[in-house]
Design a protein around this ligand. Structure first.
Ligand code: ATP
Length: 292
């Protein structure tokens, strides 16, 4: 049996994000095309002599107790598998910005579930891991295998799609974060004038046409009246000036991304944006992981 495993926790982007009616249980019905990218946190799991789960993280402001989704994932895994008297140390080397709409915490939790499955040789299937993931949070199930998916419900009902066409993706996060509950509250007060063309996006992905995909990227949260959306619009506008085929905010923000066929053009844009914004990277789409 293994003593130590490493997993990459890939960040998520929303190519489209649509919100339908509020359900009777208070949750919103979502329709989203999600994509994982090469920007990732590094997760290391190690068996220790002492009982209990201990976590460390290079971002000092991220809690390392039960508020951390990675810790919750490890606890849940142990409870489900009846693992007792086995200490685990989780090391998180984060690169995914926090509060960016990139599912950083969910990606870490999913990586812990995949890693624990290997560490203990428990042979859980992708479906079993996704079912466990759902108990932690709505984006965690998608992060188990990642790749390109259509997500419905609260984000936990997943349909595998073909991989999105390869491209260069500039991701830029302004200094502020946006609270998800706050943005949903504001969304309830607006009459959405536009919705993403999700069916068109699915066709564009199936035909492998990057230009058509990029044209259809849209997030209804950008319509919410909030002065921070002005910064989002400015970043998008810079991306378009530098030749992005499309640009959009991911999730509830505040990160914004644009896509390019041409790597040099993407890098030029990233260089320009990094003069003003601290977090700016060039990334690539990643394909679905093969699990069980
Ligand atoms: P989403 O796209 O799912 O809305 P996000 O990118 O906006 O996520 P996260 O970066 O996942 O947000 O983190 C949001 C909150 O979750 C923060 O307040 C943070 O303290 C907490 N959190 C819990 N676990 C983690 C983790 N492993 N990494 C980062 N943040 C975490």
């Amino acid at each position: 049996m293994k003593e130590e495993v490493r997993e990459a926790a890939y960040a998520k982007l929303n190519l489209t994000l649509d919100v339908a009616e509020k359900r009777s249980d208070g949750y919103h019905e979502m329709l989203m095309v999600m994509q994982t990218v090469s920007l990732s946190d590094a997760i290391e799991l190690k068996k220790t002599g002492e009982a209990g789960i201990r976590a460390t993280c290079n971002f000092r402001y991220v809690p390392t107790d039960r508020r951390n989704l990675a810790v919750r994932a490890a606890e849940l895994f142990c409870a489900k598998q009846g693992i007792q008297n086995q200490g685990i140390r989780i090391r998180m080397e984060k690169k995914i910005p926090v509060g960016a709409g990139m599912a950083g915490g969910s990606a870490d939790a999913a990586a812990v579930l995949r890693g624990m499955n290997r560490l203990f040789g428990t042979d859980m299937s992708r479906k079993e891991l996704e079912a466990l993931a759902e108990e932690i949070g709505s984006d965690v199930a998608f992060c188990i295998a990642g790749g390109t998916s259509l997500a419905k419900g609260r984000g936990e009902i997943l349909e595998d799609l073909d991989p999105m066409p390869d491209c260069h993706i500039v991701i830029c996060k302004p200094g502020f974060s946006i609270s998800t509950p706050e943005l949903f509250r504001k969304l309830d007060q607006v009459n959405l004038r536009r919705h993403p063309d999700t069916a068109g996006m699915l066709e564009a992905i199936a035909s492998g046409d990057l230009r058509e995909c990029a044209m259809r990227m849209y997030n209804v949260f950008e319509e919410v009246p909030d002065r921070r959306m002005r910064t989002v619009a400015e970043i998008k506008s810079t991306m378009r000036d530098f030749g992005a085929l499309g640009a959009v905010m991911t999730g509830t923000g505040s990160a914004v991304f644009g896509v390019w066929q041409d790597r040099d053009a993407a890098e030029n844009c990233a260089e320009e944006l990094s003069r003003e914004y601290r977090f700016c990277v060039v990334s690539r789409p990643t394909e679905r992981l093969n699990i069980g």
